[in-house]
Design a protein around this ligand. Structure first.
Ligand SMILES: *[C@@H]1O[C@H](CO)[C@@H](O)[C@H](O)[C@H]1NC(C)=O
Ligand SMILES: *[C@@H]1O[C@H](CO)[C@@H](O)[C@H](O)[C@H]1NC(C)=O
Ligand SMILES: *[C@@H]1O[C@H](CO)[C@@H](O)[C@H](O)[C@H]1NC(C)=O
Ligand SMILES: *[C@@H]1O[C@H](CO)[C@@H](O)[C@H](O)[C@H]1NC(C)=O
Ligand SMILES: *[C@@H]1O[C@H](CO)[C@@H](O)[C@H](O)[C@H]1NC(C)=O
Ligand SMILES: *[C@@H]1O[C@H](CO)[C@@H](O)[C@H](O)[C@H]1NC(C)=O
Ligand SMILES: *[C@@H]1O[C@H](CO)[C@@H](O)[C@H](O)[C@H]1NC(C)=O
Ligand SMILES: *[C@@H]1O[C@H](CO)[C@@H](O)[C@H](O)[C@H]1NC(C)=O
Ligand SMILES: *[C@@H]1O[C@H](CO)[C@@H](O)[C@H](O)[C@H]1NC(C)=O
Length: 511
């Protein structure tokens, strides 16, 4: 009998001891409003969280809801790190799943019960409710891994009654927060277009390298892949707000984000610094104020004068046009229902700058930038041999040697035809000649398994950040002419004049 009691006790304590050693599976962690909770989770585990809107009465929040017309609970989970797969593992690293329950009938949501949150981007899960509510139960599930994986997932989880604690800065009205203008060996130039209230949020640029695809939308992950020793300089220019990142490493792949002090992060931009030294970023030109890209430069001449030299040359070439348009009575002669002389002036100037200041990039063999070739498009690259620049002035004055040009978009030429008075008889080349001098704008159409393609480590997507031709700041909506389109939209007028002769001469300079 005594022995039996002893055995019973042993069994009892044994169970207690075993329970104390294993992390209790059923513990539910209460979350505080808008406070980030950091946690780690191992293979196959399920963790539970609970949020109660608590002191703020539902009635008050309903009222404020009616005012703001937004949901009243915002849940986010961002993955900060993930396990390391065994060597030779080739698949994707699986991600955490989040389940929610809004009913106290189910306080332990998980794979067998509850709602799987499906608003996910790599490294970020978000959920908001449709109707005001007080209580939210959350289950976080880690995939089950085999033995030879190493480490756990770590993550941040937060619920707020006010706003997203981990905001994702999505493009609004198709205007991206940040656009990559171009890179050279050690710099990257961005145009920043945040909504007006962003200045208060200590915004900056975060440059990371080697961030795993699965963590791309997570601010805490991005922070830990930040590269060392780069500098960012924000300035205001005629193009808008600009950020120059310097001190980068040549021929390297990076990911760039626009960030705010509120934990907010923009969608990632893949970028590569250039391999070659004869492409140099120029920006803030006085005359060609839309030029913000790498230009052909002499690798042995590190002076800054190249910017001024190109700009002065373009301004000089602009003079005959300036004279011509002044002699034309713009105010009284309406030649188009949609365009006027201001448009003509701007579009001509943009075109002139694009052909006078060639955009330089790595050669196709050297390129560090493989791209998704959806829609049949490709980058309009032209290898320029020594002393064979389109404009001999470049070789005579700047001696850039061999370089690869990203040709101007043909739309730049057609915009001039459309915007300028017909008497100027401006015409764009056709057929083979067009293909030799201009490129076509292509945008990768990424759909279906979108994110997988989009963030494939070895690919970038054609579009504003990775143009197939040089748009020189032309709005995307005006970049419409594709290779297949008819180029005979604008028949010539049989008018001749002295001014026109100048143009024919001048246009032919660039043929
Ligand atoms: C919530 O706040 C309480 C009181 O400040 C604190 O004890 C608790 O650790 C917090 N919980 C979390 C998950 O941060
Ligand atoms: C995501 O979940 C919502 C609500 O459960 C559902 O209506 C929607 O169809 C789901 N979307 C996808 C892509 O599964
Ligand atoms: C992973 O988490 C488990 C508990 O879930 C812990 O025992 C283990 O030490 C963690 N491993 C690492 C590498 O952090
Ligand atoms: C911005 O940064 C400054 C200095 O780092 C800090 O004092 C200020 O509180 C920050 N502002 C916001 C809105 O985070
Ligand atoms: C540039 O990088 C070097 C080391 O690579 C570092 O010593 C230097 O401080 C950096 N400069 C800036 C402005 O960050
Ligand atoms: C930032 O750029 C502006 C304009 O290019 C320049 O005048 C200024 O010196 C730069 N600031 C730093 C810290 O490099
Ligand atoms: C030309 O048209 C634009 C709109 O397309 C307008 O903003 C501008 O004021 C016009 N300029 C003149 C000189 O009429
Ligand atoms: C290019 O032109 C420069 C000066 O006009 C000349 O010195 C140089 O030898 C030329 N190079 C080649 C490869 O033709
Ligand atoms: C990325 O794309 C390349 C080319 O399409 C493909 O071979 C590779 O498997 C893709 N990688 C991933 C991780 O999807």
């Amino acid at each position: 009998m005594q022995l039996f009691i002893l055995q019973l006790l042993l069994l009892f304590f044994g169970v207690v001891v075993i329970r104390a050693q294993q992390p209790p599976q059923q513990v539910t962690v209460p979350l505080n409003d808008s406070i980030i909770h950091n946690a780690a989770i191992g293979s196959g585990d399920l963790q539970h969280y609970y949020f109660s809107a608590g002191s703020t009465s539902l009635f008050d929040r309903r009222r404020s809801l009616a005012r703001r017309d937004v949901p009243n609970l915002f849940l986010t989970l961002t993955t900060c790190s993930q396990p390391t797969p065994p060597p030779n593992y080739e698949g994707d690293i699986p991600s955490l799943d989040v389940f929610v329950s809004i009913s106290n009938d189910n306080t332990l949501p998980g794979p067998s019960q509850g709602l799987l949150v499906n608003n996910t981007k790599f490294g970020r899960v978000a959920w908001e409710n449709d109707n005001p509510l007080n209580d939210l139960w959350i289950g976080v599930v880690a995939p089950t891994l085999t033995e030879n994986w190493n480490g756990n997932w770590t993550f941040e989880i937060a619920v707020s009654t006010e706003e997203w604690v981990h905001p994702l800065l999505l493009d609004q009205n198709n205007i991206p927060y940040m656009t990559l203008d171009d890179t050279d060996q050690t710099h990257a130039l961005f145009t920043i277009d945040p909504p007006s209230n962003a200045q208060q949020h200590n915004s900056s640029i975060l440059i990371v390298s080697n961030i795993p695809k699965q963590l791309l939308f997570s601010r805490c992950a991005a922070n830990s892949y930040r590269v060392a020793d780069y500098a960012t300089n924000f300035t205001d220019t005629k193009r808008g707000h600009q950020a120059l990142v310097s001190n980068l490493t040549a021929a390297t792949q990076y990911t760039a984000y626009y960030i705010e002090s509120t934990n907010a992060i923009s969608i990632p931009i893949r970028m590569h610094t250039k391999r070659g030294a004869n492409c140099r970023l120029v920006y803030n030109l006085g005359f060609c104020d839309q030029v913000a890209y790498s230009v052909a430069a002499n690798p042995n001449d590190a002076t800054d004068s190249i910017q001024t030299q190109y700009d002065d040359h373009a301004q000089e070439l602009f003079q005959p046009f300036a004279t011509a348009i002044m002699q034309y009575n713009c105010d009284s002669t309406k030649y188009s229902l949609v365009r006027n002389c201001t448009d003509c002036y701007n579009d001509y100037k943009r075109w002139l700058c694009s052909v006078t200041i060639p955009r330089c990039t790595d050669s196709i063999e050297d390129t560090t930038e493989p791209t998704i070739n959806a829609g049949g498009g490709q980058m309009a690259l032209r290898q320029i041999e020594v002393n064979h620049s389109r404009n001999p002035w470049i070789d005579e004055t700047l001696a850039p040697g061999t370089y690869t040009e990203l040709l101007p978009c043909i739309d730049l030429c057609y915009q001039v035809v459309q915007s300028c008075p017909p008497f100027m008889e401006f015409a764009c080349p056709k057929g083979d000649l067009a293909a030799l001098q201009y490129g076509y704008w292509f945008k990768s159409v990424v759909s279906g398994q979108q994110e997988d393609d989009y963030f494939n480590d070895s690919l970038a997507v054609y579009g504003v950040n990775h143009p197939t031709c040089n748009p020189v700041g032309l709005e995307e909506t005006r970049l419409v002419i594709s290779e297949g389109a008819s180029l005979l939209l604008f028949p010539r007028n049989p008018i001749t004049s002295f001014i026109m002769a100048i143009f024919v001469l001048f246009v032919s300079l660039f043929l």
